[in-house]
Ligand binder design. Sequence first.
Ligand SMILES: Nc1ncnc2c1ncn2[C@@H]1O[C@H](COP(=O)(O)OP(=O)(O)OP(=O)(O)O)[C@@H](O)[C@H]1O
Length: 634
Amino acid sequence: MPVKEEGTILIHTENIFPIIKKAVYSDHEIFIRELISNSVDAIKKRKMAAFAGDCVAADDEKIKISIDREHKTLTISDNGIGMTSDEIKKYINQVAFSSAEEFLEKYKQPDDGFIGHFGLGFYSSFMVAEEVEIITKSAKNDSQAIQWKCNGSPQYTLDESDKEEIGTDIILHLMEEEIEYIEPSRIKTLIKKYCDFMPIEISLEEEVINKMNPPWRESKQNLKDEDYIELYKYLYPFQGDPLLWVHLNTDYPYNLQGILYFPKISGRADWESGEIKLFCNQVFVSDSIKEIVPRYLLPLRGVIDSPDIPLNVSRSALQSDRRVKSIGNFIAKKLADKLKTLKKDETQFYADIWDSIAPFIKIGAMEDEKFAEQVKDIILYSTTKVPVEDNEENNGLVKSGSKTFTTLEGYKNRLTDENKKILYSTDEVSQSTALNMWTSQGKEVLKLDTVIDTQFIPWLEEKNKEINFVRVDSELDESIKDDSPEIADKDGNTKSETLKKIISSALNNEKVTVQIQNLKGDNSPPSLILLPEQMRRINDITALMEQKLPGLPEYHNLIVNSNHPLIQGLLKLNSNQIVIEGSSKSEEGQLASDIAIHVYEMAKLSIGGLENKDIAAFQNRNAELLGKLMKNFV
Ligand SMILES: Nc1ncnc2c1ncn2[C@@H]1O[C@H](COP(=O)(O)OP(=O)(O)OP(=O)(O)O)[C@@H](O)[C@H]1O
């Protein structure tokens, strides 16, 4: 016979009570947050009811914490709305019953700002107290004050009390093992931690402990820069001033206030832990909200205060929560808006702080498509272009200290040739020869030389497929070489062919491709090493996999500048020599060969490609060569 029945699941209070007391909250100390939150709510409710003419308003709203060492009690007193015996029976005796919804319904308040909603917080007091007393007098006219007592079992007593003032005292008789909470310093620390920005005065031993008035709840118009800086320094002492901040304030589609700061980072930013503090209705909840803001914003600091972030779910559930994701996106969008405004209205300031904010923006753009879309036009690049006063070309160029910044758009607008090519350098020192060669021809080069740029360049290329990004030392182009035809000598060889032979045979290394070029410009070097793009990338990846620094790839191109006096001299020196394979070389032939090797090693040295062990040999050859050359003059 099929069994068909409907019913109600029963809960044994004896079994569930210990679970509520111990397991709902993992951290014992939060009882203080819960009880003070209840007091704040009660004070707000009294204010609302008094406004509607249902009771008398309090003279001054306050919460008082008192300690009685002798009786080992901690008392939280407020002059809020209090409770009648019926309300005690309804909201305290019934676990998981909160008065918040009913109250809001009654006073037709849409957005409450009440802290408690679940009807559980009060029971956290049993985590630290063996007995809890409530002595309360309701603000409703002619209410009888009452006393409720419970020793942690599901039994309670309810009695009349002679309390005269409206409000509630919660008296905790502390357990022996929780006696630490009798210490004023411990309680003070906890109030500072959880209740610092609660809107009602909280005092302990006649001293007001909390700061109150959270600036993020103020309107922007009422705040000056000093107020923002003061809050930053208060929350993050000894960290210097922030770079800039964003004030968030929204009530749709979710309720969220906060102030986020870009810190001045010296050294490595912390991309792991997160330092933004999470509040819910001004009550501190957590020190790190890794799960809420996108990863690239983790080094930011400040406060997010939102009752819309679900706190009753696990952290991993938070990460996949759609609402939380959309809050994260909202925060990123607000930051992007602020940066766009800065770039537009405070261009100089934006350029001055660019190096500090660049890591957030570049990583953000790479990790988040939407963010990339918002910031792509405000990314700055340090450039070799020097702004000329009152010149149209200055469009988009901003000087900051020793640097000049441009946008990608600005660079593109200055390009004159058809071939859309963006030149960049990743290391001003090791690429200086190639870099100078381009700049001396009037070419603009972007300096993409931070650690993040190694990943950012491929991203840029991907996003700007119509443009060719070329590293300064990867290839030459028509603008810097002179390709006028050469005349062959009596043996049918051109100068270039002869030079190539001299140098190739001196180097005797088939992995080095020798190319002779007539480079334009007086400043062009006698030789330089070029690393064709693909070859260099493979080399970089291999080094990365082997966890080494990428050195000079074995296969590379040596460009020899036939326009340079040194190379022309080399050609002359060799012109009378016939080097027969296998036979010993004449003195001039040996000198020409030594110079050829030296020319190659100079090119290697300038890109940092000469290993330490080769430097001594290089110097010996240098001295020897100079010595030989001197012989002709002295
Ligand atoms: N100090 C107080 N003054 C007046 N009423 C109180 C006070 N403390 C608790 N209450 C009443 O008891 C109810 C239950 O409190 P409890 O702390 O268990 O839950 P809550 O504050 O409503 O929600 P949460 O579990 O989210 O904190 C409250 O909704 C309120 O009506």
